[in-house]
Design a protein around this ligand. Structure first.
Ligand SMILES: Nc1nc2c(ncn2[C@@H]2O[C@H](COP(=O)(O)OP(=O)(O)OP(=O)(O)O)[C@@H](O)[C@H]2O)c(=O)[nH]1
Ligand SMILES: [Mg+2]
Length: 447
């Protein structure tokens, strides 16, 4: 059975920032100019954009690894490195983005809606930008930061006003083809439809969208047939229409029990009780089916649902059906607030990104904070002067003092960051040492 692709896991890597450059200006007869190392470029972002021409997640199923370009390193003569190009991934309307743990990040609804799902790293400052009165000729530059790397789950939940539900081969796709300009695949074997088809219907002055759902069978919610996960596509629908096959020859099936089976699956899926329903008794061009209409109509109407005998084949009854669906949609629109805007769930960031915390973990002290952790990533630990600069920054932020307050002593282990943290043997004097080192620079060309 072909796989149904409305859920994919994407492996994303935004671009890394380019490193800053260490360079010293040279000119004939002026051997010692100032520092002129340029900044590294930004790494490219990965952006999801709702594109009406994209209807499936198939492309991402085939190639789930996406990587944006890195920023270029800075160069001498104050030339900044080029930014890495963003990559833009088109997704269908109604794509839900979440983490692998199931935490919802964003619900992308409406053409053109954008979401930066992976941010590129900032470029590192070159030594020109790091120069100050006190540090006239820095012999180091900052490293570019890595870009976000993460896995996200994309799930497609169609955005349609009316959802058609029913057994395989009941004629749901045929109905969509008959009432809209959509041209879904139609065939006389079950499970023809593997991804929902979406059609736009105009009935009087109401314009609405209709989607079908792959055929349901008893036990779908336990994974039989194509499984009930398809029902997620009708979660957003304002109304449901049962499409019932009036001409099926299968033993044990009749319109009333078919409806009961589908209702039981909807019930198990949950969350759809409040959606108004109607019934389209299809295939009345077949004499047996036409006879059934009068036998079952009263029972269905007793549930409060309107019944429409139709034929997707001859188009009989379709005008009444589409106008009635339009009425339901219009009523739902009038009752509900305006179309749902994109719901953004922002990833939790540190409460205060200017601060930091120091915790005594027994064996070591741990420093957490947006700034200290970023500074660590920017530091070239092979360069003493860069390490001194880091120590200065940490001291200025108050990390040094906080460590002393927390009881840290020379030689204790200090960790800055979370999982892939950097571990130091703490030397309170590193601060003072860097002061000495700092202003002068170690670039041998400057001696
Ligand atoms: N005689 C007659 N046949 C119909 C009518 N509507 C659909 N059919 C036939 O029924 C079969 C199934 O139609 P589909 O539209 O593919 O059914 P479906 O409900 O989308 O089926 P799945 O996608 O498999 O769930 C096809 O052979 C259609 O030609 C109708 O009104 N009259
Ligand atoms: Mg179909």
């Amino acid at each position: 059975m072909p796989s149904f692709v409305d859920r994919v896991v994407l492996h994303l890597a935004a671009g890394a920032g380019g490193h800053g450059c260490v360079s010293v200006h040279r000119e004939k007869f002026k051997p010692l100019g100032g520092p002129d190392g340029g900044n590294g470029g930004r790494g490219g972002d990965i952006v999801l954009v709702v594109d009406p021409n994209t209807t499936t997640l198939l492309d991402y199923h085939r190639s789930p690894h996406r990587k944006a370009r890195n920023g270029a390193p800075g160069e001498g003569d104050n030339r900044s490195g080029a930014d890495g190009a963003d990559i833009v991934l088109p997704v269908p309307d109604g794509t839900l983005v979440s983490t692998r743990d199931g935490e919802e990040l964003v619900d992308l609804v409406g053409a053109g809606t954008r979401f930066v799902v992976a941010k590129g790293g900032n470029g590192g400052l070159g030594n020109a930008a790091l120069a100050s009165k006190r540090r006239r000729a820095p012999g180091f530059a900052l490293l570019g930061e890595p870009g976000d790397t993460l896995d996200v789950v994309l799930e497609l939940k169609s955005v349609a006003d009316v959802g058609l539900v029913g057994f395989p081969s009941a004629g749901k796709s045929s109905l969509i083809a008959a009432i809209s300009s959509a041209r879904p695949k139609i065939a006389d074997y079950p499970f023809t439809t593997l991804t929902p088809n979406l059609g736009v219907v105009e009935a009087g002055d109401v314009r609405y969208t209709v989607a079908d759902v792959p055929g349901l069978i008893e036990g779908a919610s336990e994974g039989r047939g194509l499984g009930h996960e398809f029902l997620r596509h009708v979660e957003r629908c304002k109304a449901l229409v049962h499409v019932v096959d009036g001409a099926t020859m299968e033993p044990g099936r009749d319109p009333l029990s078919d409806i009961d089976v589908i209702e039981a699956e909807l019930e198990k899926h949950g969350g759809l009780d409040d959606r108004p329903r109607m019934v389209a008794l299809n295939k009345i061009d077949v004499p047996d089916a036409r006879e059934l209409v009068d036998l079952v109509r009263a029972d269905i109407e007793a549930r409060g649902w309107r019944v429409f005998p139709v034929s997707a084949a001859t188009h009989e009854g379709l005008r009444e059906l589409t106008f009635a669906m339009g009425e339901l949609v219009a009523a739902a629109r009038a009752a509900a607030p305006p179309p749902e805007a994109t719901r953004l769930v922002l990833r939790p960031t540190a409460v205060d990104d200017s601060g930091f915390t120091v915790t005594n973990e027994g064996e070591r002290f741990r420093v957490r904070g947006v700034k200290p952790e970023r500074w660590i990533r920017q530091t070239d630990f092979t360069n003493d002067e860069a390490v001194g600069f880091l120590a200065d920054r940490l001291a200025k932020l108050g990390v040094e003092d906080a460590l002393i307050k927390a009881g840290a002593q020379a030689g204790d282990e200090v960790v800055i960051g979370g999982e892939d943290a950097v571990i130091f043997d703490w030397e309170p004097s590193i601060h003072a040492g860097s002061e000495l080192l700092g202003p002068r620079g170690t670039d041998p060309r400057l001696q």
